[in-house]
Design a protein around this ligand. Structure first.
Ligand SMILES: *[C@@H]1O[C@H](CO)[C@@H](O)[C@H](O)[C@H]1NC(C)=O
Ligand SMILES: *[C@@H]1O[C@H](CO)[C@@H](O)[C@H](O)[C@H]1NC(C)=O
Ligand SMILES: *[C@@H]1O[C@H](CO)[C@@H](O)[C@H](O)[C@H]1NC(C)=O
Ligand SMILES: *[C@@H]1O[C@H](CO)[C@@H](O)[C@H](O)[C@H]1NC(C)=O
Ligand SMILES: *[C@@H]1O[C@H](CO)[C@@H](O)[C@H](O)[C@H]1NC(C)=O
Ligand SMILES: *[C@@H]1O[C@H](CO)[C@@H](O)[C@H](O)[C@H]1NC(C)=O
Length: 346
């Protein structure tokens, strides 16, 4: 599992510079508008709706935040701990941005003080697990970003309490499997990102709770099989990313029910053929996919088993990405031939 906690120098510097410029600008505004930073390393902007606090490079969590703080950012700093009482004096907090720090763990009770929290961004820390009960008071949370941490496993109750979650990002962690009921109560989920983990399979009823998904990211895992049940309930799904996996087997009904799909990326998998009927619910003749599809970099065996795919490609070629990279791996006589060149010659 990769280490994400220390971004490479060239990734970091532009953002860092950008933030310094913003801070200088904000300080300038503050000096001309009579707003004063109230404690070292943090800048406070007051507004009718509450204070916005931006802290720059503290190594410990700042004390005495304004009681009306609604937005708090401490990013690209060296925070290693979030004290359990860190947020006790900011009950109106709506957004908490803690990306690119060195947090290794969180206390179960740290969010109990902030029941109005809607956005929590913990991108690029070193979290290995989530403590039980972390989200018990987080019924208002809409966006949870845990991207690029070191999460190894989650259990059934890890996300319990997140009644309003619309956007969940768990990408870039070390997850090998997920418990079946993990998302069961996340009925408002619209965006789910599980990309760039080590997932070898998914529980087939994983998506039986969130029935309104719009985007699903599964790219960059080790998935080998796509069953008939996983995606079946996703009638509003528009974007599906399955690229950079090891998918070799797809059930004939795997895409049935995906009748709003606008984008499908299946590139860089291990597909040699696809079963009869797989493609019927996607694209033409029913409708055009809004964006398109990519099935390149698969070891296609261009024999009679591909006829069903050829027919579908013929109707949907105007939505096909990476056409030149979608080639036969066999039989020998056709190796390197573009699939599209064979469409219609059947
Ligand atoms: C305060 O909140 C209202 C309603 O949410 C919003 O329309 C307004 O733009 C906000 N004002 C500031 C200064 O953020
Ligand atoms: C974080 O700590 C490291 C080593 O202690 C130091 O080199 C680096 O400048 C610190 N970064 C920030 C943003 O304070
Ligand atoms: C989930 O993990 C917590 C602590 O890690 C544990 O107390 C709890 O029993 C676990 N729940 C399940 C269902 O495994
Ligand atoms: C889902 O919600 C029900 C009812 O509130 C609760 O009993 C159950 O424990 C929840 N399951 C999970 C995995 O959060
Ligand atoms: C294919 O995916 C693997 C990871 O599964 C990645 O390392 C590789 O760079 C990808 N190849 C292409 C051509 O995108
Ligand atoms: C695809 O290949 C054809 C013929 O080899 C070439 O003319 C065309 O420019 C290529 N298209 C792309 C997008 O590379």
């Amino acid at each position: 599992c990769p280490t994400w906690a220390h971004p490479g120098a060239w990734d970091w510097i532009p953002t860092h510079l950008f933030r310094m410029l913003l801070l200088l600008l904000a300080l300038y505004v503050a000096s001309t508008e009579g707003i004063t930073p109230n404690f070292q390393e943090c800048l406070v902007l007051h507004s009718a709706n509450g204070s916005t606090v931006t802290c720059y490079s503290p190594t410990v969590f700042p004390g005495s935040l304004p009681a009306d703080t609604v937005h708090l950012s401490i990013e690209f700093s060296n925070l290693t701990q979030l004290p359990v009482a860190a947020l006790w004096d900011v009950p109106d907090l709506v957004e908490l941005h803690l990306s690119s720090n060195h947090l290794e763990s969180l206390s179960s009770n740290v969010l109990l003080w902030v029941p109005r929290l809607r956005v929590l961004d913990l991108t690029g820390n070193a979290l290995r697990s989530l403590p039980p009960g972390l989200f018990h008071a987080s019924a208002a949370l809409d966006t949870l970003v845990l991207k690029e941490n070191r999460l190894h496993d989650l259990n059934t109750s890890s996300l319990q309490g997140l009644k309003a979650l619309g956007h969940l990002d768990l990408s870039g962690n070390c997850l090998r499997s997920l418990p079946p009921q993990l998302l069961a109560n996340l009925t408002s989920l619209r965006v789910l990102d599980l990309g760039n983990n080590l997932l070898e399979s998914l529980p087939e009823d994983l998506l039986q709770g969130p029935l309104q998904l719009d985007r699903l990211h599964l790219e960059g895992n080790q998935l080998a099989v796509l069953g008939a049940k996983l995606l079946a309930p996703q009638g509003s799904l528009r974007y599906l990313f399955l690229n950079d996996n090891k998918v070799a087997t797809v059930a004939a009904g795997a895409f049935q029910g995906l009748n709003q799909l606008d984008m499908l990326d299946l590139s860089n998998n291990s597909l040699a053929s696809t079963p009869q009927g797989l493609w019927t619910s996607l694209g033409r003749p029913a409708r055009d996919m809004g964006d398109g599809f990519d099935i390149s970099h698969n070891p296609w065996i261009c024999d009679s088993k591909l006829h069903d795919l050829y027919r579908w490609l013929d109707a949907n070629r105007h939505k096909m990405f990476s056409q030149n990279e979608t080639q036969c791996a066999g039989p020998k006589a056709l190796k390197g031939q573009r699939l599209l060149a064979l469409v219609g010659s059947q």
